[in-house]
Every structure is written in structure tokens, then in C-alpha cells.
Design a protein around this ligand. Structure first.
Ligand code: ZN
Length: 218
């Protein structure tokens, strides 16, 4: 796992016996022997991992932004592309992960560029569907910096699809949220999509404005 942001985990998160007992029970139901050596510490590890992977629920968006909003006289498109994200699909509790591309057009404020991947983490570290995750990232940027427009495109590989052989192993889902100028102005939208086009292109990801299905719910 790439970036580590321990500060997103509440200092008050207490590892708890109930969850570890549930995980022990789950191992037993799967036909395992929870007492064998390799599994002895697994409930503790799984709880710790799950707490980290869902730490976005407890994160405070304003604390993450931490006053990194600056007043500027600048209204050109700001783009941050290829942001890695890791999330958990809420239908299967299996990972989905990939790249997130974000653009906005400021009208008074800009946000420190390093804050943008951290905002992605706030919403990715929850149980999610890719469509909602995409929209939440766009919405928080709209609400916090009141730009002329925000665009978010996410490309995700879903292990619930690829590990279970539901779809082609290499398929991935593309979702997008276009707000303000990116929704209203086709030229602005196309400029952004052209700028995020991939070098070693997965097939025309940026062209797929309509959200693919990101996770089968069976
Ligand atoms: Zn799923």
C-alpha cells in the first residue's frame, strides 16, 4: 500500500475484542483452525487493517485541508492526475483501486496541491461504490473552494470482478463527475479529458464519460 496517512486514524480508535471474536468466528466458518500458528494474530491484524481502510469515516475534511486554501487571481484549469487510490467495494468488502484525475477552475481560491490526494483518501477509505466515491470527491472540492467547475475521473480495477472471474481479468471501470463549467462547457470538458489521456492508454478511458458498472452486486 502506497502512501501512509496515520493521522487519518483517530487516536481514540481502540482495537476491540468483539471485532476480533467476529473475525475468529469467520475463520472458523471458513473451515479454518483459528488457533493454528499462522492465524493466531490474524484477528488483530485484520481488525487493524480494516480500521485503517475505513479511517475516512472519522477523518475531518477541514483538518485535512488545514487552512491550505489560498486566495488567488488565477482562473486557469488546475489538474492533478494519476492520483493512486485504494478503496473497498461495499458489496463484497474487496479492494478496488486505480487512478484518479482531478481538475478545477478556480475563481477566488486554490487549494494546496498536496491536499488533493489526501482528500481522495478521506473518501476512498470507506466502504464505497466507485460512482459515489467519484461524486463525493467532486462535491467536497466544489463546497470547499467554490470553483467555476470541478471534474473528477476515476479508473478502477475491482478485485470482486477480476478475482472472481466475473469480467475480463483486465477490465476496469471508469466513472466521472463533471460539475459547473465542466458540465456546461464541452470545450472545457474535452480539454480536461485530452490532458488526462494516457501514454500507454487503457482503451479510451477518458472518453468513457458514462459510468461503466463498477461492481456487480451478486
Ligand atoms: Zn464488489
Amino acid at each position: 500500500m502506497g502512501r501512509q496517512l496515520p493521522s487519518l486514524i483517530s487516536a481514540r480508535a481502540v482495537y476491540n475484542v468483539v471485532m476480533q471474536e467476529l473475525i475468529t468466528q469467520l475463520l472458523r466458518e471458513l473451515g479454518e483452525d483459528p488457533a493454528r500458528e499462522g492465524l493466531a494474530a490474524t484477528p488483530t491484524r485484520v481488525e487493524k487493517a480494516l480500521r485503517f481502510l475505513t479511517s475516512g469515516y472519522a477523518a475531518d475534511v477541514d483538518a485535512v485541508i488545514n487552512d491550505a486554501l489560498f486566495t488567488v487571481d488565477y482562473s486557469e484549469m488546475v489538474i492533478v492526475k494519476d492520483i493512486d487510490f485504494y478503496s473497498l467495494c461495499e458489496h463484497h468488502l474487496l479492494p478496488f483501486f486505480g487512478k484518479c484525475h482531478i481538475a478545477y477552475i478556480p475563481q477566488r481560491k486554490v487549494i494546496g496541491l498536496s491536499k488533493i490526494p489526501r482528500l481522495v483518501d478521506v473518501f476512498a477509505r470507506r466502504l464505497q461504490v466507485q460512482e459515489r466515491l467519484t461524486h463525493q470527491i467532486a462535491a467536497v472540492l466544489r463546497d470547499k473552494i467554490d470553483p467555476l467547475g470541478v471534474a473528477v475521473v476515476m479508473e478502477g480495477t475491482h478485485l470482486c470482478m477480476s478475482m472472481r472471474g466475473v469480467e475480463k481479468q483486465n477490465s476496469f471501470a471508469v466513472t466521472s463527475a463533471m460539475l459547473g463549467a465542466f458540465r456546461d462547457n464541452a470545450r472545457t470538458r474535452h480539454e480536461f479529458l485530452a490532458l488526462i489521456k494516457h501514454r500507454q492508454a487503457p482503451p479510451s478511458a477518458a472518453d468513457a464519460i458514462a459510468a461503466d458498472l463498477s461492481c456487480v452486486s451478486d
